[in-house]
Write a new protein. Sequence first.
Length: 602
Amino acid sequence: MANFISKESIDEVSSKADIVSIIQEYVPLEQKGNDWWGCCPFHHEKTPSFSVSADKKFYYCFGCHASGTVFNFIMQMENVSYGEAVEILAKKAGVQLRYTQKGPESNAEDPKKKLKDEYTQLYTRIASSFHYMLMETESGKFALDYITKRGITKETLEKFKIGYSPADRKWLRNFLEKKNYSKQFLDESGLFSKKYPEIAFFSDRLMFPIFNREGEVVAMGGRFLRGDPEKSPKYLNSGDLIQYKKGNTLYAFNFAKQAIRENRKVIFCEGYMDCIAYHQCGIKYAVAPLGTALTDDQITLVKNIVDEILLSFDSDGAGQKATRRAILMCRRHNIPVKIIQLHGGKDPAEIMQTFGVEYLTNEVNKAILDNDFLISKLLEVYPKDTPMGKSRASLEFFEYIDSLQDNIQKEACLEQLCQAFQIDKEAARKDFVNRKDFSSRMKNADPEQKKAADGQQKIILTAELQAVMTAVNEDPQYFQQMQNEIQDTDLEDENSRKLFLTMKDCMQSNNFSVSSILNGLDSDAFRELVINTMHKFSDSISESVEGSIKYLKRNALQKKKNLLKGKIDQLVKSSLPEDKNLLSDFLKQKQEIDFQIENMKV
């Protein structure tokens, strides 16, 4: 039977939680008479119209009419349920909550909450141990050298509690057993291999504790630093746990939430290091999704406290795809979006280290509107002087226009598309109104679109897809080998990329198995094909995976070679000195690729 917070506990929290002090953690307040006044955190305003009454334990905004008790305030500011708001305030007020059931009252603490708290305490304790290993021990010195060479200061290391997990994979189990933790408790903690419980999930890695919104450690992320890259993925992340759900958590949100409220904006960036670099540069409203694509729940965390969202994802194919997807999601939540385009480095940490704080700050200040970004990318891909180019660009941009919640914005963006691709506005408007029919016509007229449509009905077993399938098995080491040699952007077949990314997600969530991989696929036809094909490799998995890696790597090298040939053909015609230097570099790169291909036996 479910447990509920007792009325007596709620009354105690209400009496002890000082509403003025609590709200001042989020909003600057100034006393005028008996009440306190400030700018409303729930809508944008320059003149204070938000009042807080200490006597009545109540707040009210004369502008947007938001009102309520301290519980309502926490619910809105933190996007939590009533029960979670009571728990947050109980911690602030130092109240030990008691629970009741629907029947007789029980003074026992809720078992689920108790277990959450125990695991949170465990992760907090381990984070401190790992941090000590990094900062104070000889074994962690190489990891400390690595992170400091990337420009991360001691103050930042302390703030984010960055650590190092020992290379001895049995050290953590032995350490915790001496602290009298039970076997079952440790087995279900997410810190150890499910198949080999004495082996730590994280070892010989740079560790990034993941905090909840209250600043408690609830999960971990670890970066590979040394050893055989064929045996370990670059990043390992905790899977979902009783105290942690990655889909509704944002890395560094506990550090960033105040700056997000004050600046009314947030930066969504690629990963831990990007986020940390922004914070060290004083841009403290940066957060990051956790080893997965941005989710609606993560957007909801900031929705009520921002006027715009800035996206700072990598410039590679996967990063650009993530940027487009994030734009559409944010726009469907009716939040304006800008794109940070970094120049001179692959990520914020590299730019901070190479060019300094001011340069990175300027890059953020120069962020462009999402519609301008999307149009520029379409112009790079589709020729504006051909009918097919105009049509395909329109079809892609229509999805963005459709995500907008304002008719004036829709009209303005439609006009922008027409100007960029020299399209008659009335023709574009008709195709947008009838976009479903237009999409269907395009799939029939355009071989690429038709191929995509056919692929939804029937999964074609290409040589590339078959190669990726060899890594579908119960042992993750074979996919680790493949992942260290091949990136999803190296794969040309869409279904190959889908399968590869599904296995990658399973690996990152510490749930790599045939069943979890199959559950992650988006159609029964795809699952059936994988099941029927994977049995071919069951007797010789090692040889099959090794051959597949060579095949996929050769294809990727050939793809790079073809791109280089195109660039070389363009530069051969140029007489500019800088182009001659570039041509020489490209020829050397092509020569190196030719050598690798010639010496690769598949």
